[in-house]
Design a protein around this ligand. Structure first.
Ligand code: NAP
Length: 568
C-alpha cells in the first residue's frame, strides 16, 4: 500500500506517478516527483486496518498493488449483482485495476448453467457499466466467472464451496486470499456468517491458506456486508457479535454506498484541504445545516421490503448520518481508516438523545405519500413513513446550539441529495439595514445528481446605488474533472480488495447510530399515524412548520437559481 506523508493533490500525484523506481534499501518501489517522494510498500495483509490512506496514488500503482483474490458473491443471481457489482467489476477490469490472479464465484440456491449465468451478467454490464463495452475486457472477465449452487444454511454446501474455492484458487493463483460479498436479502446474513465462521476456524487450525503451496503464508479473508445492517440496535448488535466471533473487525467491510461517492469523499477534502472554511466552520458563524435526500420515485415494487423498513431506517440511520458526520467531525490526525472513523464516532456520540417521547414528537415529522397503502406488498393500514424530517443537535463545543435539519422522502418533486450549510446573517448595518435584504452566505454540497458545490455570496448590482444581490460561485465536478467519477461500488470493491476500510462503517459507528434511531422508533410506536402528503409535493406541511418554528425554511434545490454563475 502507498504511504503518503502529507495531503497530496491527486492531480499532482497522478502526473507524478510516471516515474517509478525501486528504493535500494527497502526494495520497495518509490515514486519520484519534484515535490514529494512517496514510498510504496508492497501489499501485505497487515492486520492493522489503519495502514491505508484515503487518497490513492495514480491508477497504475494501485493496479499493481491489487492483490490476487478469489471473490465469492452470495446471492449472485440477484438484482444487486446484475446492476451494480458486475458492472463495477467490469469497470475495474477495464481500467486494469484487477489482477490476473482473480476469480469470481457466484453462489446461489438455484441451478444455473454457467454460460447462461455469464450471459446474464454480460447483459447487466452492457446496460449498467460506466465504461464502454469492450469484447476483450469482457472475455478476460468472463473467463474468471464461475457459479456454485448451494444453500445458505448448510455446512455441507459450505464445505463444497470451500473445496471449489481451493480448486479455483490453485488454478488462478489467488494465494488463499478470499473476499466474500453478501448480496442476499439480510435474513441470510447470519447463516452465511456462521458457516463462513466454521470454515474460517478450520482454516486457522490448518495454519495456512488451503490454496497455497506449503510454506507460503496463508491468505487473507474479508467479508463485505450489504445494507441493511440490522433493523434496530438489538439486531445490529447481534450481527456485530456474530461477526466478532468469526472475523476480526478489520476483515469486516460494512457497505454504505454513499461513502463510495466521490462527492461525499470530497466533503473532507473541501473542509480540510482548504484554509478558508475551517475557521468559520463552527457555532460562532454557522446558523444551521440542512441535509436532504429527496427521491422522485415511490416504493415501486419494493413495497414488501419497505414495510419492514421505512424512511428512517432505509436512509437516515446509515447514509444521512454518514453525511452528517463528515460535515461535523473534527479533523482526523491522519487520513487513515481508524483515525477518520474515530472522529466520526465522536460526533455520533455527541448527537443529542431525545430525553422523552414528547421531545421526539416535537423534533420529528413522519409523512406517508397518498397512494402508498395501495402499492404492491403494502398493508392497507400501514403506518410506515415514506417521509421523515428531523431536527437534531450535536452537543460538543464546535456545534452546540446549531440545529441540523434532516429530511428524506419518496415521491417528492425531484431526485436530489444535498447538504446546505448556512452562515449567520451579517449585522444589521451598512448593506443589511432596514428590512435585511442581504441574504446569508450558504454553501451547497450537491451529492447527486449534477454533483457540485456552490457558494452563495453577495455582490453589488452594477449601476448606481448600493443594491446587493446574491451570486453563486459554482464548481461542477463533471465540467472540471476529466470524465465521470467512478461509481460508488467500483471504489468500494477496489478498496475492499486493497484492504482499505476507510469508506466502510465500523462496528461502533453502526451501533451508536442505531441507538439514536431506536429512541425515535420507540417514541413513534403509539404516536399518531404519519401525515399524508401529495405525491410530487415536498412533503407534509408539518415538516415546513418544524423548521419554521426556528424562523427557517427548507432549501428548495433547483439548479440555476441565482443571477450570476462563476464557474470553478
Ligand atoms: N438491488 C440494489 O440496488 C441494492 C441496493 C442497495 C442495497 N442492496 C442490498 O443488497 C442485497 C441484495 O439485494 P438484491 O436486490 O440483489 O436482492 P435480491 O435480488 O432480492 O436477492 C439476491 C439473491 O439472493 C438470493 N436469496 C436468498 N434468500 C432469498 C430470499 N429469501 N428471497 C429472495 N432471494 C433470496 C436469491 O438467489 P438464489 O435464489 O439463487 O439463492 C436472489 O437472487 C440486499 O441486502 C439489499 O438490501 C441492494
Amino acid at each position: 500500500m502507498a504511504e503518503i506523508s502529507t495531503a497530496i493533490n491527486p492531480a499532482t500525484a497522478t502526473e507524478a506517478a510516471t516515474d517509478v523506481s525501486t528504493d535500494g534499501a527497502t526494495g520497495a518501489p518509490t515514486v519520484m516527483t519534484s515535490e514529494i517522494t512517496t514510498e510504496i510498500t508492497p501489499f501485505s495483509d497487515s492486520r492493522d486496518g489503519d495502514s491505508c490512506p484515503i487518497i490513492h496514488l495514480a491508477e497504475s500503482q494501485v493496479a499493481r498493488d491489487t492483490p490476487p483474490c478469489a471473490m465469492t458473491i452470495f446471492g449472485a443471481t440477484g438484482d444487486l449483482t446484475q446492476r451494480k457489482l458486475m458492472p463495477a467489476l467490469y469497470d475495474l477490469a477495464e481500467q486494469q485495476l484487477l489482477p490476473d490472479e482473480f476469480v469470481i464465484l457466484g453462489y446461489g440456491r438455484r441451478p444455473q448453467d454457467l454460460e447462461q449465468f455469464r450471459a446474464d451478467l454480460a447483459a447487466g454490464v452492457r446496460e449498467f457499466a460506466r465504461l464502454k463495452w469492450d469484447d476483450r475486457v469482457w472475455q478476460w472477465l468472463a473467463e474468471r466467472i464461475f457459479y456454485q449452487q448451494g444453500a445458505y444454511d448448510e455446512a455441507s454446501s459450505f464445505a463444497a464451496l470451500d473445496a471449489r474455492l481451493d480448486e479455483l484458487g490453485r488454478h488462478f493463483h489467488t494465494r488463499g486470499n478470499r473476499l466474500y460479498y453478501m448480496a442476499t436479502p439480510p435474513g441470510e446474513f447470519a447463516p452465511i456468517i456462521e458457516n463462513l465462521g466454521q470454515l474460517r476456524e478450520a482454516d486457522r487450525a490448518h495454519g495456512r491458506g488451503p490454496a497455497n503451496p506449503p510454506g507460503e503464508p496463508r491468505g487473507w479473508w474479508r467479508l463485505i456486508i450489504e445494507k441493511p445492517f440490522g433493523s434496530n440496535l438489538n439486531s445490529a448488535h447481534s450481527l456485530n457479535e456474530l461477526l466478532g466471533r468469526c472475523f476480526n473487525e478489520n476483515e469486516v467491510f460494512r457497505i454504505d454506498h454513499y461513502l463510495g461517492k466521490e462527492t461525499v469523499q470530497n466533503i473532507l477534502a473541501l473542509r480540510f484541504a482548504n484554509a478558508i472554511f475551517e475557521p468559520i466552520w463552527n457555532n460562532r458563524y454557522i446558523d444551521h445545516v440542512q441535509i436532504a435526500v429527496a427521491e422522485k420515485v415511490g416504493v415501486g415494487r419494493r413495497g414488501g421490503y419497505y414495510e419492514t423498513s421505512g424512511a428512517l431506517r432505509d436512509m437516515v440511520v446509515n447514509h444521512m448520518f454518514q453525511l452528517m458526520t463528515l460535515v461535523t467531525m473534527e479533523a482526523p490526525v491522519t487520513l487513515t481508516a481508524n483515525a477518520i472513523r474515530d472522529e466520526k464516532v465522536q460526533v455520533l456520540r455527541a448527537l443529542r438523545m431525545f430525553p422523552s417521547k414528547e421531545e421526539v414528537l416535537q423534533n420529528t415529522v413522519r409523512g406517508q405519500y397518498e397512494g402508498y397503502k395501495q402499492e404492491e406488498g403494502v398493508a392497507p393500514d400501514s403506518r410506515i413513513e415514506t417521509y421523515v424530517a428531523l431536527k437534531m443537535h450535536v452537543d460538543n463545543w464546535r456545534w452546540f446550539g446549531v440545529p441540523f435539519y434532516l429530511r428524506h422522502g419518496k415521491s417528492l418533486p425531484q431526485r436530489t441529495t444535498e447538504i446546505v450549510v448556512r452562515w449567520k446573517d451579517t449585522p444589521s448595518v451598512l448593506f443589511n439595514q432596514g428590512g435585511g435584504r442581504v441574504k446569508s452566505n450558504m454553501l451547497i454540497l450537491r451529492i447527486q445528481p449534477d454533483e457540485c458545490f456552490a457558494l452563495r455570496v453577495n455582490a453589488k448590482v452594477p449601476g448606481s446605488g448600493n443594491e446587493i444581490h446574491d451570486v453563486r460561485m459554482e464548481y461542477e465536478y463533471a465540467e472540471s474533472l476529466d470524465g465521470e467519477p467512478p461509481e460508488a461500488y467500483e471504489r468500494l470493491l477496489h478498496d475492499a480488495l486493497l484492504g482499505d476500510s476507510t469508506l466502510f462503517t465500523r462496528r461502533d459507528e453502526v451501533e451508536v447510530a442505531w441507538s439514536i434511531v431506536d429512541s425515535i422508533l420507540n417514541a413513534w410506536k403509539d404516536a399518531p399515524p404519519p401525515h399524508a402528503y401529495e405525491q410530487g409535493s415536498w412533503g407534509p406541511q408539518a415538516a415546513d412548520e418544524l423548521i419554521a418554528r426556528d424562523d427557517h425554511r427548507w432549501h428548495r434545490p433547483h439548479k440555476h437559481d441565482h443571477i450570476v454563475h462563476v464557474h470553478g
